[in-house]
Design a protein. Sequence first.
Length: 366
Amino acid sequence: MSSKIKNGMVVILTSGILLGISIFGILLKDETFSYAERRLLKQFPGKEINSVLSGKFMNEFEEYALDQFPLREPFRKLKAYTSASVLHQRDQSGIYNVDGYLSKMEYPMNTDSIDKATSAFRKIYDRYLKGSDTKVYFSVIFDKNYYMAKKGSVLSMDYDAFLKYLREKTTYMTYIDIQNELDLEDFYKSDPHWRQESIVDVAEKLASGMGSDISAAYEAVTLDKPFYGAYSGQSPLFHESDQLRYLEHKEFQECIVTDHQNNRIIPVYDLEMAEGRDPYEMFLSGSLSLITIENPNAQTDKELVLFRDSFSSSLAPLLMKGYSKITMVDIRYIQSDMLSSWIDFKNQDVLFLYSTLVLNHGETLK
């Protein structure tokens, strides 16, 4: 067979495959959400004349085409397998793997974002806390990348410089160091969060730093389904599942947890949400803007106001023994100017507890 005929057959075959994929793509209904990646998929862009003339339409159409490509998930897996096995690429879709632990690298340190975070904290301090009888504390959760970098040669920002810069901006708060209470094994393998069963000592360190005693005996309960975290879908390659556990205590059953964002009473552990697409949201129903936890069995009248991110959803239940009331505030979802409607800021402990993942993106804080 001549080379000209062979080339012609290759062209025809390739064209046929591309035509088949195109027809398949046209017939398929566009997906709105990727459950594997846990994100919204791009939809067909608007065709406004200004969008077309500026080139925005073509940029958005390219993103749409990539997201809605037929058989996209199998192709993602094939690409990841090739880059890992053949090209020996360390990351897959931006996700790194060290000893079976997955993470998206947080790099580099962003001082502008840290400034935005500390400005948000200072605004709250000046408006509600300065000159009051509240005691104000601050602590930082080093994200999983810090502990992964200790075990493997992965890109990592300078966390010591990060903390030094942050503390220089927050001298009006008492710092509580929890970094040495954690190790890589205290985090889920495929999720950025820490395991609740591994942070009892972290909770005790924080409580002790605020003059509270929260020592208690817990019963660990293991869910009977495998847990795949936020990074599991972002990494197309197969990886081991985790077990999701939560710590029970008899006092939890009598605590009253109020979700003020949705005006409802919620459980400490929402087992229905454990069946959803993000099982970690079973802890206090996820990242809600304003929650209060009232403990009628507390041996103290002390109250805690906890400015927090999602890491505190699993931590806060472990602090309940030391406080009659905990108010949890997530200023990613509520304007700090509105807080006086719910909190009087008198004779309380106030703790700002944030992960470096949020602090390095301080523009998310209101």
